[in-house]
Write a protein that binds this ligand. Structure first.
Ligand code: ADP
Length: 443
């Protein structure tokens, strides 16, 4: 017991003893000691009950206690109750202030934030931005079903995927100039956070970047053609001293032309959400062409193998698929030293098909694989330049495959070689129309 409480306790005991002693003396004086002592004792008990009652009344009425001035056990109890009440109030105030600060911060965010109850999918809370971006109304929409309140966005399927819901990008039904990016974040067992952001400015900047690259590439095309043309006209035999310089200039201007062409291809692919025209892509002639290109590029330095085991055709764009596949074949040749093997294989996979280009070349360290399809990303800049690479080949491949809902898989081992495989789903596979013709076309 703390000293202050102990002294209050002893003081109360002392008071009791004093009262009983006075009662005993008075009782003895009038010759009736026991009735007087009993009366005094009952008085003390009644007084304690009265104090107990007053404490109960104050506690149940949730009254704010005033700090007591007197001494004694009841005043000490009052003092302790007052202290714990003040502490509790202080803690509560701090919590409320903190909650207010968080709410104010969430309310001030430029992104729309809606707290949704997971099971009932009802709105629990939303911030200012949700009023502007999602047209929610306060207090009408608090407690309302989110799917119904945001009905023009048709969110029921998206919300049903819950934790696995991917970021959704949709044109705003309320503002034709805005594009909304919606994210669903489950942050507790019962609550979800729906975050909506206006990404129209970002998309606009992205479009500006694409237009800039496309325009610059386009503008570079003409002067390059002129330079290239004049260089072609210069005969090294007529200027033997300049021969090495002319050869280098020709090589560099060719590289620049290829770079510009690749940039234009990439811009074109990026600006498309889907293929403008789709057709049956006859794979047998495609494989023959790839093999011919590989042989030409290799100039006898590699063994080129080909296997057509799928016996199906693809559905998509002949031109784009050829550009993707020939990029992979070109890379295989360029990154495989002389004497290596390149294997082009078209094989079935479930109801789909896979085009595989495997080489026995330098290989790619695992750390580079996640970024290898980024534009201008190279494992070794010098090797890529030497081999005439633009750094855009695999970006083109990735975009072409995306447009065909196909995926690129890369497996590689340093010093042993790499395999690039393009996986096409069943939707992209068509039965081969003229099997006899395709067998004839095989080398
Ligand atoms: P580049 O024009 O430089 O070849 P790509 O986008 O086609 O650009 O390829 C990116 C990088 O990936 C290359 O610079 C090279 O380092 C690596 N790479 C691509 N294909 C292969 C391969 N078959 N073997 C080894 N490395 C490869």
């Amino acid at each position: 017991m703390p000293p202050r409480a102990r002294s209050a306790w002893f003081r109360t005991l002392g008071q009791l003893a004093l009262i009983l002693a006075i009662a005993a003396v008075t009782g003895l004086a009038i010759g009736q000691p026991w009735p007087v002592i009993t009366f005094a004792a009952l008085g003390v008990v009644a007084w304690h009950y009265w104090r107990l009652r007053s404490v109960l009344v104050r506690l149940t009425a949730r009254q704010r206690l005033t700090p007591p001035l007197g001494e004694g056990i009841w005043n000490e109890l009052d003092r302790l109750l007052h202290r714990s009440q003040s502490e509790m109030r202080g803690r509560k105030k701090r919590l409320i202030d903190m909650l207010r600060a968080y709410r104010a911060a969430a309310a001030a965010l430029p992104d729309a934030i809606v707290v949704v109850e997971r099971n009932s999918q009802r709105i629990q809370w939303f911030n200012e931005a949700a009023i502007g971006l999602l047209q929610l109304k306060y207090p009408r929409d608090i407690g309302g079903p989110i799917v119904q309140r945001l009905q023009p966005l048709q969110l029921s399927h998206w919300l049903a995927s819950g934790r696995n819901a991917e970021t959704l990008e949709v044109a705003s039904p309320w503002n034709p100039a805005a594009t909304l990016s919606l994210r669903l974040i489950p942050y507790s067992d019962d609550l979800w956070l729906l975050v909506a952001r206006d990404v129209s400015r970002l998309l606009q900047l992205e479009q500006m970047r694409r237009d800039f690259v496309a325009n610059v590439s386009h503008e570079l095309r003409t002067p390059l053609t002129v330079v290239h043309g004049y260089l072609d006209m210069l005969d090294p035999a007529e200027h033997p001293d300049w021969a090495p310089m002319l050869a280098e200039m020709q090589r560099q201007s060719q590289r620049m032309t290829q770079l510009v062409e690749d940039l234009l291809t990439l811009s074109r692919l990026e600006s498309q959400d889907s293929l403008p025209a789709e057709e049956t892509v006859a794979m047998s002639p495609m494989l023959t062409t790839l093999r011919r290109e590989a042989v030409a590029l290799s100039q006898g330095r590699h063994e080129i193998l080909m296997e057509d085991a799928a016996a199906v055709d693809l559905w998509g764009s002949n031109k784009e698929l050829h550009s993707a596949f020939s990029n992979l074949v070109g890379n295989a040749i360029r990154y495989t030293p002389a004497g290596g093997t390149i294997r082009i294989r078209f094989r079935p996979e479930g109801k789909g098909a896979v085009l595989e280009v495997a080489d026995s070349g330098y290989g790619i360290p695992a750390a580079h694989l996640p970024r290898i399809t980024e534009r201008f990303y190279r494992v070794s800049t010098s090797r890529s330049r030497e081999s005439g690479g633009t750094g855009l080949g695999l970006s083109i491949v990735k975009h072409v495959l995306n447009l065909h809902q196909a995926r690129l898989e890369i497996s590689s081992e340093v010093g042993r070689g790499s395999t690039f495989s393009c996986h096409f789903g069943a939707d992209r596979v068509r039965p081969r129309e003229d099997l006899a013709l395709s067998f004839e076309a095989l080398p």
